[in-house]
Design a protein around this ligand. Structure first.
Ligand code: DMJ
Length: 671
């Protein structure tokens, strides 16, 4: 219990430590006055009697003063005890701020006034009885104090690892950056603002007036989506734009406000200041994680934790950092499995987790447990608590111990046995963002995370060999793999991979850079085809390359479009890296289609069949439409100085997180 036992040792001189020391001084001086080396043995009986009388009168006066004068506790400590304290060994000075990342660092001292109640209660109790009782109490206090000192010393002598563990148990807030010692209202030490200044959070206006106008149009779309959400579903998770009411998804249990948190950074980037302000106020007053809710760990992480982290890094507002860390802590019990591979679902009140009932043999899902890394690294960075980083690094460890069929990662992994479930592999649903996060972990670490890098490029190599194929007319696609057999189908979700490939081109082995750009461009082209071959010019949920079709959905239940961002995301990355105008042109086609088929009075809605010219809306405005689809469109029509890739990495929900430079991580520049 170091947080408790250290208090007396590190308390301020006015706190419990100082009080205990002073009482000890009195106890040593008074009861021992029976015999001493002085001349007392020479006194006659009457003189002794007179002396005793004077002494007891003095004691009575003192206690009288303590209990009957108006501000007696002050008198007690200020006049009586304080003077004796001067003659006693002083409590050790408060510790120097711990060195950055020092695992032996003690928890921060209590905030001013935290020791007040314990000191006044000691005084009240002590003043109740006669001198004998008082002496007894003094001895007890002294004994307690000495025991506390002993425990504190023992704690300090513990091995660093043990202390680390204790820190985790106590959930003490240790901070990596605490040279300046900022503290929040509760006394927890705060880090220095980790961002120098948000780099490129707001870019210059596009110089081309046509592009400027298009960008303005996208901002207007954001306003339409936001205003309607605000009007009809404020504070709820999502909007039903046709029935004009709130939509709740079981992904977030009864955590509320998904659209607000998901949209924060888009509002900020688009300079929608009023809207950002009202969203911030809502978060301050209403965002509540103390709810009895079973949530999807993945969804809550990418939307809520990711959204809050980005909002913090962009605006510097402390409330976002606090809420992100608070939510991160709520998610930690999900990792309480035999392997540390987290559950998919977690009740954030009870801490009980489980997996999706449909997942192969009780497995966790690769794209879910593999898409926590970026946010959790930032949570450790912003809280100073290594537990978040430890959890996601352990996931890597488990994965690295396993054999991978053909170098591929199956979508299912059992968190109890640590073995793969069904050997299904997908770069779309169930697998997608795991690969994305390997690459981005490396980029976000300022290219120091060599393990992430290796895992990513090895995986791409296997994907290229085993999953990437070309149709008879030359359209490249990424098939799915089911126990060694290919299913020639590609999901809308898989279309994000075009952007991923081009983003990773730079780090690929020199002779492969061109190939990675080519992969990106080819996937972008195929995904554009999947849009272009529909009546609405919006892409289906999945499209096939068999039975004589190419890039077309053949099953009714794959023909819907739910405002997903992946194709536009890939256009945006391709644009940034190539500046080929066709990507902006394709992006604009999507804007026109969204306006024509998805825009309704009450916001934006998904559609049930992109091959039909008759509109049938699904009546959901997904929160990722505001966080991703519109943000990627806006970036596509912005200059490259808005959130430059050297400084920012986007989480899978398009929430920008800053690259943690070597200097910020406390590593030397030369590394
Ligand atoms: C988003 O929530 C994220 O992009 C996630 O990684 C997958 N799908 C949706 C949007 O389609």
């Amino acid at each position: 219990m170091p947080a408790v036992s250290l208090l007396p040792l590190f308390g301020s001189p006015a706190g419990p430590g100082a009080l205990g020391g002073s009482l000890g001084g009195v106890a040593l001086g008074v009861p021992g006055g029976r015999k001493g080396p002085g001349p007392s043995g020479a006194f006659r009986l009457t003189e002794k009697f007179v002396l005793l009388l004077v002494f007891s009168a003095f004691i009575t006066l003192c206690f009288g003063a303590i209990f009957f004068l108006p501000d007696s506790p002050k008198l007690l400590s200020g006049v009586f005890f304080h003077s004796t304290a001067l003659q006693q060994p002083q409590p050790p000075p408060p510790p120097l701020p711990p060195a950055q990342g020092d695992p032996r660092a003690p928890p921060p001292p209590p905030p001013p006034g935290a020791g007040g109640s314990s000191s006044s209660s000691s005084i009240g109790y002590y003043g109740a009885g006669a001198a004998g009782e008082a002496a007894e109490n003094l001895a007890k206090i002294r004994e307690d104090h000495e025991r506390a000192l002993r425990e504190a010393k023992e704690t300090l002598q513990k091995l660093p690892e043990e202390i680390r563990r204790d820190i985790h148990q106590d959930k003490a807030k240790f901070l990596l950056q605490d040279k300046l010692g900022r503290r929040d209202a509760a006394g927890a030490r705060l880090p220095d603002l980790p961002f120098r200044k948000p780099v490129g959070a707001v870019g210059v206006e596009p110089s081309d007036p046509v592009i400027r106008e298009k960008r303005e149009k996208i901002k207007e779309m954001m306003k339409h989506a936001w205003d309607n959400y605000k009007h009809y579903a404020w504070g709820l998770n999502e909007l039903k734009p046709i029935s004009k009411q709130g939509h709740s998804s079981n992904l977030f249990g009864n955590i509320q406000g998904a659209t607000i948190v998901d949209a924060l950074d888009t509002l900020y980037i688009m300079e929608m200041k009023e809207e950002f302000k009202e969203a911030t106020e809502w978060v301050e007053k209403n965002l509540d994680f103390n709810v009895n809710a079973e949530v999807s760990v993945f969804e809550v992480n990418i939307r809520f934790v990711g959204g809050l982290l980005s909002a913090y890094y962009l605006s510097g507002k402390e409330v976002f950092r606090k809420k992100a860390v608070e939510l991160g802590e709520k998610l930690l019990p999900a990792f309480n499995t035999p392997t540390g591979i987290p559950w998919a679902l977690l009740n954030i009140k009870s801490g009980i987790g489980r997996n999706w009932p449909w997942a192969s043999g009780g497995s966790s899902i690769l794209a879910e447990f593999g898409t926590l890394h970026l946010e959790f690294m930032h949570l450790s960075y912003l809280s100073g608590n290594p537990v978040f980083a430890d959890k996601v690094m352990n996931i890597r460890k488990v994965l690295n111990r396993l054999d991978k069929p053909e170098g591929l990662y199956p979508n299912y992994l059992n968190p109890n046995s640590g073995q793969w479930g069904q050997h299904h592999v997908s770069i779309g649903g169930l697998g997608d963002s795991f690969y994305e996060y390997l690459l981005k972990a490396w980029l976000m670490s300022d290219k120091t995370d060599e393990e992430g890098k290796q895992m990513y490029y090895d995986a791409v190599q296997s994907i290229e060999t085993h999953l990437i194929r070309k149709s008879s007319t030359g359209l490249m696609y990424i098939a799915e793999w089911k126990g060694g057999l290919l299913e020639h189908k590609m999901g809308h979700l898989t279309c994000f991979a075009g952007g991923m490939f081009v983003l990773g081109a730079d780090g690929a082995p020199a002779d492969k850079t061109g190939r990675h750009i080519e992969l990106g461009a080819e996937i972008a082209r195929t995904c554009h085809e999947s849009y272009d071959r529909t009546s609405m010019k919006l892409g289906p949920e999945a499209f096939r390359f068999d039975g004589g079709v190419e890039a077309i959905a053949t099953r009714q239940n794959e023909k819907y479009y739910i405002l997903r961002p992946e194709v536009i995301e890939t256009y945006m990355y391709m644009w940034r890296f190539t500046h080929d105008p066709k990507y902006r042109q394709w992006g604009w086609e999507a804007v026109e289609a969204l306006e024509k088929y998805c825009r309704v009075d009450g916001g934006y809605s998904g559609v049930r069949d992109v091959y039909s010219s008759r509109q049938s809306h699904d009546d959901v405005q997904q929160s990722f439409f505001l966080s991703e689809t519109l943000k990627y469109l806006y970036l596509l029509f912005s200059e490259d100085d808005l959130l430059p890739f050297e400084n920012w990495v986007f989480n899978t929900e398009a929430h920008p997180l800053p690259v943690l430079t070597k200097e910020e991580k406390g590593e030397s520049k030369s590394k």
